[in-house]
Ligand binder design. Structure first.
Ligand code: SAM
Ligand code: SF4
Length: 500
């Protein structure tokens, strides 16, 4: 098929129609701007009432979120930040989930002004991985200690849904031996970040066993969206992208992930856009997004906008937006990526982030090739945190947080509505704590450096002590605790991939 024919057949506007209200999408820019102007200068009591509501694990309204975004008082920010961590602990406990990205192709028919992969960037060397190359990349990722992967694709007929399925199956097929104990290991959950698709294509993806489907809206401000995504490209269609995850839900993919690329437009507006997006998904499907990502614009080769946008978000505002999102949307996981520098990562982890990537390489084929100038030019943007998984795990453990590679929820059918129900009742976090400890045990034995292992052992001991002291785990003569300890001992003895 010709590229132009493929482009013409991709967007199916009729698939969005049922979600529009009187022909309008759910982002009413005028109303969001009004919410921002009407809620300037909130009083202390108003903010404290909103903080209390958030701490009772209730999603906030647009107006409540807008008020938080306008807080200027430093003491109130301290209270907001403390509440953010408190909410994370209630819903997700003290764990951080790790994943690795795998960039499969930088062929792209779009021309997004901020991205190194855009079609007009002639400096970019184009490359698409074969399934054998994908398998090799996967071995490297496994050798770093990962169990979860997010596969990333440019939008192009050569990386269409059939290519995605081939590459996802290739990842799942790889089995490696762990470096320290020689136990078999494989990627247990593949998520994808890819362009919007039709319901039929999304059904195919669901069948091949993906975990989460992630699409960032980039900017919720339609006028800006149109400026940065040329209108003669596929990505230029704002509504096709805005409803990508509604269509995914319709296709049976019930873990969907949203995000905004901070730096394209006013960050406060984008936060309200994310809150409105989560609410619309919840309205139609009874379940909001599984995760929210907060990528911040970083320099990309051949993109002036990536360094000169007038909306670039500074570190202080970035921390504020993370904390406010944690309060406004208490259930979704909150993802911070290697785009950020280690110092910022550390700080936002304390504000309620639940997931991050590590030992990240975003060049096409970059895990197996040494990163020299040649391979660097395959990167979509620059990353701020190239540290190894082991280094980050050690740091997180020093902060008292347990690293998790758990993929049990997805494999036990704890997804979509089911997982949201459990998160809302603060139950999922409890199971996750147990599985986090089990997978952390695996990591410490199979991969950890001596320094990481020493601090990890101490942390695990404390965790087991805490688990033992929680009534939830000790009900029915301590059934859950006993099951957990049995699994823990089995893993210590060499068993792998067992979970609660
Ligand atoms: N091509 C697919 C799409 O656009 O949906 C896959 C996504 S792209 C490979 C992954 C994400 O990287 C984009 O959605 C965008 O938010 C982000 N991104 C692109 N350029 C960036 C930059 N200069 N800095 C930070 N993130 C960027
Ligand atoms: Fe292509 Fe995605 Fe980059 Fe846009 S953001 S140019 S669609 S890879």
């Amino acid at each position: 098929m010709q590229i132009s024919e493929w482009i013409n057949n991709t967007i199916k506007p009729e698939e969005n129609k049922k979600y529009l209200k009187k022909g309008q999408n759910f982002i009413n820019a005028e109303k969001l701007h009004e919410a921002l102007t009407n809620n300037i200068g909130p009083s202390k009591p108003e903010i404290r009432t909103i903080i209390d509501k958030a701490k009772s694990i209730k999603a906030l309204t647009i107006d409540e979120t807008a008020k938080l975004l306008h807080v200027t008082d430093i003491d109130l920010w301290d209270e907001i930040n403390a509440a953010a961590l408190d909410i994370k602990h209630k819903v997700y406990d003290n764990r951080i989930v790790f994943f690795a990205p795998l960039y499969c192709s930088n062929l792209c028919v779009n021309n997004c002004a901020y991205c190194g992969f855009r079609s007009e960037n002639k400096d970019e060397k184009r490359r698409i991985l074969t399934t054998d190359e994908v398998k090799k990349e996967t071995k490297y990722v496994l050798n770093n200690g990962h169990k979860r992967m997010i596969m990333v694709y440019g939008e192009h007929p050569k990386s269409d849904v059939d290519y995605m399925i081939k590459t996802i199956k290739a990842v799942y097929s790889v089995e490696e031996k762990t470096p320290k104990t020689g136990r078999p290991t494989s990627i247990r959950r593949v998520n994808i970040n890819a362009a919007p698709m039709s319901v039929a294509d999304l059904k195919k993806l669901k069948e091949c066993g993906i975990g989460t489907y992630q699409v960032f809206q980039e900017t919720y401000h339609e006028a800006t969206y149109r400026k940065v995504h040329p209108q003669n490209t596929l990505k230029g269609d704002y509504d096709w992208r805005l409803y990508a995850l509604h269509r995914a839900q319709e296709a049976g993919i019930d873990d969907v992930a949203i995000g905004a690329l901070f730096g394209l437009y006013d960050w406060r507006f984008e936060v309200l856009g994310l809150v409105a997006h989560a609410a619309d998904l919840e309205k139609h499907f009874g379940v909001g997004p599984h995760t929210v990502s907060v990528p911040r614009l970083t320099p990309a080769i051949g993109s002036q906008l990536s360094t000169q946008s007038k909306y670039i978000v500074n570190d202080e505002d970035f921390k504020k937006l993370v904390a406010v999102l944690r309060l406004a949307l208490p259930y979704p996981g909150l993802i911070i990526t290697a785009r950020e520098q280690p110092e910022i990562k550390r700080e936002v982890i304390k504000l309620g982030c639940t997931q991050t990537d590590a030992s990240t390489k975003i060049g096409i084929g970059a895990y197996q090739e040494c990163v020299d100038d040649e391979t660097k030019s395959y990167e979509q943007f620059t990353i701020g945190d190239p540290r190894s998984l082991d280094e980050i795990i050690k740091e997180v453990a020093e902060m008292g947080m347990i690293s998790s590679f758990c993929t049990a929820g997805y494999r036990c059918g704890r997804t979509g509505e089911k997982i949201m129900g459990m998160l809302k009742h603060c139950v999922e976090g409890k199971f996750c704590k147990l599985n986090a400890v089990l997978t952390f045990r695996e990591y410490l034995d199979d991969y950890a450096s001596p320094g990481t292992k020493a601090i990890g052992e101490k942390l695990i001991e404390e965790e087991i002590g805490q688990i033992k002291n929680q009534e939830f785990f000790m009900k029915n003569n301590g059934k859950i605790f006993n099951d957990f300890m049995r699994n823990y001992e089995l893993i210590k003895g060499g068993a792998r991939d067992i979970y609660i």
